[in-house]
Design a protein around this ligand. Structure first.
Ligand SMILES: [Zn+2]
Length: 262
C-alpha cells in the first residue's frame, strides 16, 4: 500500500446525483430505522452513480491503475469499492454482519477506491474494524470523526508509516496494531500476493547485481552503459505508478539485504 492523492474535487456524478441519492437513503432510514437495523429494509444503492465511468476513471488515474490495497496493476478491471462499507459491516472476521452500515457515505468521494476483485471480494468484504467499536457511527446523524479505523486509509495517511516489507513479506512497523490488522484482515501476505511480489523483487535484485558489478569494474564501458540504463529502470520501479512500489522501496532501501532480517 502507498499513499494515494485523489483530486480534492469529487466527480460531478457524485456531488450531483450521489448527493440526491444519499438524501433519499437518509430520509428512508429516518422513516423506519428499525427496519434497516433488522435488515428487513435494504437501501437501493446505485452503482450507476458510485461506480460511474467518470468516478472509475478518476480513481484509475489517482491510483496509477493499481489496486489501493495490494498494488497489483488492474487498470479497468478493478471495482469501485467503499472504504467504509455501505450495506453491512463486521468488526472482526467471523462475527455476524451488522446493519445498516455507512449508507450515507455510499457516494462520498473520500470513501471510494479502486480495488482488485481478490482484495475486495476475498478479503475486505464487509470488514471495518474500529479501535473502539462503541464509537462507531451507526447512522447519518452520528459523526465518523469519533472513530479510529483499524484499517489504514491510504487517502488520508501514509501506509508506509505503518507497513514495511522484509523481502516480499509485509510486516507491521514496530508491531503497530493498525498495520497488523490491515495486513491480516486484508490478506496482504496471501500466498498469491507473496509469490507475485517475490517475482518482482527477484527481477529487481538481478538488475541490482549488475549495478554492483559495474561499480566493481569501473573501466568496463559496456557494463557502465548498461548500469546507467538499469539505474533509470530501478528508479522507475520506485515510483507511485510502479507495481508493488512499497515492497520495492523497502528492498532497495535495504540494498536487498532484507531477507537476512526475516
Ligand atoms: Zn488488490
Amino acid at each position: 500500500m502507498i499513499r494515494i492523492h485523489k483530486p480534492k474535487k469529487a466527480p460531478q456524478k457524485l456531488t450531483r446525483d450521489g448527493k440526491q441519492k444519499c438524501q433519499s437513503h437518509c430520509e428512508a432510514y429516518s422513516l423506519n430505522p428499525s427496519a434497516y437495523e433488522n435488515n428487513k429494509e435494504k437501501f437501493d444503492f446505485a452503482s450507476s452513480i458510485y461506480a460511474h465511468e467518470s468516478v472509475k476513471e478518476a480513481l484509475i488515474k489517482a491510483q496509477h491503475q493499481k489496486c489501493y490495497l495490494c498494488e497489483r496493476i488492474i487498470g479497468k478491471n478493478g471495482d469501485v469499492e467503499h472504504f467504509r462499507p455501505k450495506g453491512a459491516y463486521q468488526q472482526a472476521q467471523g462475527e455476524p454482519l451488522r446493519y445498516p452500515a455507512y449508507y450515507w457515505l455510499a457516494y462520498t468521494w473520500e470513501n471510494l477506491y479502486l480495488s482488485c476483485p481478490s482484495c475486495n471480494s476475498r478479503h475486505k468484504k464487509n470488514l471495518f474494524p474500529l479501535r473502539d467499536p462503541n464509537k462507531r457511527a451507526t447512522n447519518h446523524s452520528q459523526r465518523i470523526t469519533k472513530e479510529i479505523p483499524l484499517f489504514i486509509d491510504c487517502g488520508k495517511e501514509n501506509p508506509e508509516d505503518f507497513i514495511g516489507f522484509r523481502a516480499e513479506y509485509a510486516y507491521a512497523i514496530d508491531g503497530n496494531k493498525r498495520g497488523q490488522i490491515t495486513i491480516d484482515y486484508l490478506g496482504l501476505n496471501s500466498e498469491d500476493l507473496i509469490e507475485s511480489r517475490r517475482q518482482r523483487l527477484n527481477d529487481l535484485r538481478k538488475l541490482n547485481k549488475i549495478l554492483i558489478a559495474a561499480i566493481e569494474d569501473p573501466h568496463n564501458q559496456k557494463l557502465q552503459g548498461l548500469a546507467n540504463e538499469i539505474k533509470v529502470h530501478l528508479e522507475t520501479s520506485l515510483a507511485d505508478s510502479a507495481v508493488f512500489a512499497a515492497a520495492a522501496r523497502c528492498a532497495i532501501r535495504t540494498k536487498f539485504q532484507e531477507s537476512d532480517l526475516i
